[in-house]
Design a protein. Structure first.
Length: 288
């Protein structure tokens, strides 16, 4: 019999079709994982950021796979494993069979993420098929990558947001201008072989559509730390616009659409995508 709390969460986060069901279940597991981290007092040391933070805490209308975190202050000796035990215990309390394992880094993963630094700790949350008979036959093994940056670039801001499910709890997260800076860093600097991560461009449209200003100082610190900004000249708004125009000129629109399509409910919102579209809306970006 399905756990009553899980049943309620499935009503809150419904999904249609096999892909939609998997995305919804991943959403639920991410909420439960955050609850476990809150119980472990993880957010006294770290903040949530990235696409999953946008979806869960700021209502981004696309699904996201991984969970990204950043320490508030650099700490080369930080260990992620003790906190992951709380995630396992939390999932187990809902009758879910899960384990957190160390993710082995390889040369290919380094190429895919141009700014996956040596001081980024990685773990893999694995939810087993069948989920202790909670959802028999409903999905394959689910894997959620968990990363934390132990040497975060400075000049970001955080805030505290509250979630009500599975129970009320709080999460420390980058504020929207700092999240926008992180997303712009991904748009400009992410190395994904010859592929395009359309999810980055989808999120860019989301930020611009909500008139979120961009934390330019934090973006510059990110770019300098990743080696994508080496000039002594400060990053200005005009310089940023030039970088965006260069990136758009090389953008493969169809690849971008293909990448993001399985993470959104309908393709209607990406039908208008073109180089002209991105050139026009990028001019609306404001910085602070």
């Amino acid at each position: 019999m399905i756990n009553p709390v899980l049943s309620r969460l499935l009503d809150i986060y419904p999904g249609s079709g096999s892909e939609g069901r998997i995305n919804s279940l991943r959403d639920i597991f991410q909420h439960i994982a955050l609850l476990g981290l809150w119980r472990a007092k993880f957010f006294e040391h770290a903040a949530f950021y990235g696409g999953t933070a946008l979806r869960i805490l700021y209502n981004l209308d696309r699904y996201s796979e991984d969970m990204d975190f950043s320490l508030i202050k650099p700490d080369g000796g930080f260990k992620l494993e003790p906190y992951c035990k709380y995630i396992e215990q939390e999932l187990d309390s809902y009758g879910l069979s899960a384990r957190v394992t160390t993710k082995i880094k390889n040369s290919e993963s380094q190429v895919k993420s141009a700014f996956l630094k040596a001081d980024t700790l990685e773990q893999l949350l694995v939810v087993e098929p069948g989920l202790n008979q909670q959802f028999p036959g409903m999905l394959p093994m689910l894997k959620i990558k968990i990363e934390i940056d132990t040497d975060p670039p400075p000049l970001f801001q955080t805030e505290v947001k509250f979630l009500l499910n599975p129970i009320p709890f709080s999460v420390k997260v980058y504020d929207l201008p700092s999240l926008f800076a992180g997303k712009m860093h991904a748009v400009l600097c992410r190395g994904w072989k010859n592929r395009v991560k359309g999810r980055d461009w989808y999120d860019l449209v989301w930020f611009i559509g909500r008139s979120v200003p961009l934390n330019l100082d934090h973006l510059e610190m990110r770019m300098r730390q990743s080696g994508h900004r080496t000039t002594t000249e400060p990053l200005t708004e005009n310089a940023l616009q030039e970088l965006i125009r260069d990136k758009i000129a090389k953008l493969n629109i169809e690849q971008a659409k293909m990448d993001v399509s399985r993470f959104i409910v309908t393709r209607d919102s990406i039908e208008v995508w073109s180089k002209e579209f991105f050139k026009e809306i990028s001019g609306r970006i404001k910085v602070i």
